[in-house]
Design a protein around this ligand. Structure first.
Ligand SMILES: O=C(O)C1=C[C@@H](OP(=O)(O)O)[C@@H](O)[C@H](O)C1
Ligand SMILES: C=C(OP(=O)(O)O)C(=O)O
Length: 427
């Protein structure tokens, strides 16, 4: 059990582990590229290690030591048919992006993962890939894992996605890179655009026109050096820690601040939080900055629409911050939360209520009452890394001691979370 005590103050200068989305893509694109790709700042969390292990099983040599990775790419068709099923562990990004890649390969592969992955919807990716000509099946007509994919020749499509999902967009664009003609994806709102940026860094031409992004088939990737910035989704827990513990301030260095990910910064500012971006720069097509965060009394706001995809993974910890804000916070248009590692509308409400938090789940979000004194409690991560970490942050504000069960899930995206938190907490 991870134990957290009420904190007197949060202070220091820290760095968070590498961006999960960018780390996955660096390994995948490196494996498909011609030549060597070196990655520094890689996230050695369980999800990205699953991506490495899948590509190793297809014959790609990958060296990994902590946050340093070298991928010996063999070109798009250098992958070999794996001897066994590929295990994506807990990682939705791995299975969905790999579905797009596997759809182009002239062999058969089975993708499967853990209990959580088995409950997450896959037809959103499998449907358009089938339209392109891939042979894919899974439980319930391709809705659930295991997914059996026999790839081959594909036709480009113009796909209108019903959801703003970077995983859906990326899977289709990756398949499109080997399809006949042009493949385009149009989304209802902009989702994170790391795939588009990193493909360009690997030498691919990607065309954006508003909410539509297109690639032409037959392009090749060229290996290169990638430096991965710290994950803003991990930094979000530390930002929230500062906001729930009066008198705190923290400098978080080297954080990715891609505008498609910075909803958390906009929301904290809109709630009255003090947060400054320092030393802004661009590394491998990705904006990066240091974040200076200072405690301030927050007030509740409404979060909805275009903002949601820009902070989807941060909603559990935003809910924690909202319990300490003046007034109520309303989150709408976030039904995607129901299909993450857990149903995050239900798990945020059930776990925060154990502290005395007042959260009303709704069909597409939640309503959080502010100015609620939290009492230390025993919480269950329910196997969801973001729930485990969000509740640990609630524990910093709650009286007495909080225990997080099933805390090992945190390793999915934030190895060293407990030690890092201990290093900035004054009790
Ligand atoms: O493409 C990615 O790296 C991710 C996309 C998002 O999922 P969706 O595409 O399902 O919105 C996000 O929740 C996930 O943590 C990572
Ligand atoms: C939803 C998440 O990741 P994935 O979809 O890759 O499992 C997450 O990290 O919060």
């Amino acid at each position: 059990m991870l134990r957290v005590r009420q904190a007197k103050k949060i202070a220091g200068t820290v760095r968070v582990p590498g961006d999960k989305s960018i780390s996955h893509r660096a390994v995948m694109f490196g494996a498909l590229a011609e030549g060597v790709t070196t990655i520094e700042g890689f996230l050695p969390g369980a999800d990205c290690l699953s991506t490495i292990s899948c590509f190793r099983r297809m014959g790609i040599e990958i060296e990994q030591q902590g946050d340093k990775v070298t991928v010996y790419g063999k070109g798009w068709y250098g992958l070999q048919e794996p001897e066994q099923h590929l295990d994506v562990g807990n990682s939705g990004t791995t299975i969905r992006l790999m579905s797009g890649i596997m759809a182009t390969q002239p062999f058969h592969v089975v993708l499967e993962g853990d209990e959580s992955i088995a409950k997450r919807p896959m037809r959103r990716v499998i449907g358009p890939l089938r339209q392109m000509g891939a042979k894919i099946d899974g439980r319930k007509d391709g809705e659930f894992t295991p997914l059996s994919i026999r790839g081959g020749k594909l036709e480009g499509i113009a796909y209108q996605s019903p959801v703003a999902s970077a995983q859906v967009k990326s899977a289709i664009l990756l398949a499109g890179l080997q399809a006949n003609g042009v493949t385009s994806v149009t989304e209802p709102h902009l989702s994170r655009d790391h795939t588009e940026r990193m493909l360009q860094a690997f030498g691919v031409s990607v065309v954006r026109d508003g909410l539509t992004v297109s690639v032409e088939g037959g392009q090749k990737l060229t290996g290169r050096a990638i430096s991965v910035p710290g994950d803003i989704s991990s930094a979000a827990f530390l930002i929230a820690a500062v906001m729930v513990v009066p008198g705190s301030s923290l400098l978080i260095e080297n954080v990715g601040v891609n505008p498609s990910r910075t909803g958390i910064i906009d929301v904290v500012k809109a709630m009255g939080g003090r947060l400054e971006l320092l030393n802004e720069r661009v590394v491998n097509e990705e904006p990066v900055a240091d974040l200076l965060v200072t405690h301030s009394q927050l007030h509740g706001i409404e979060i909805a629409g275009d903002m949601i995809p820009r902070l989807i993974d941060e909603i559990p910890v935003i809910a924690v911050m909202a319990t300490q804000a003046k007034g109520k916070t309303v989150i709408r248009d976030a039904e995607e939360l129901k299909v993450k590692e857990t149903d995050r509308i239900a798990t945020v409400a059930s776990q925060l209520s154990k502290f005395g938090g007042r959260v009303t789940p709704t069909e597409d979000g939640m309503i959080i009452e502010g100015e609620t004194a939290l009492t230390g409690a025993v919480i269950d991560s329910m196997g969801d890394h973001r729930i485990g970490m969000a509740m640990a942050i609630a524990g910093l504000s709650a009286t007495g001691e909080t225990g997080i069960e099933n805390e090992e899930a945190i390793n999915v995206s934030f190895p060293g979370f407990e030690e890092l938190l201990a290093s900035i907490c004054q009790q």
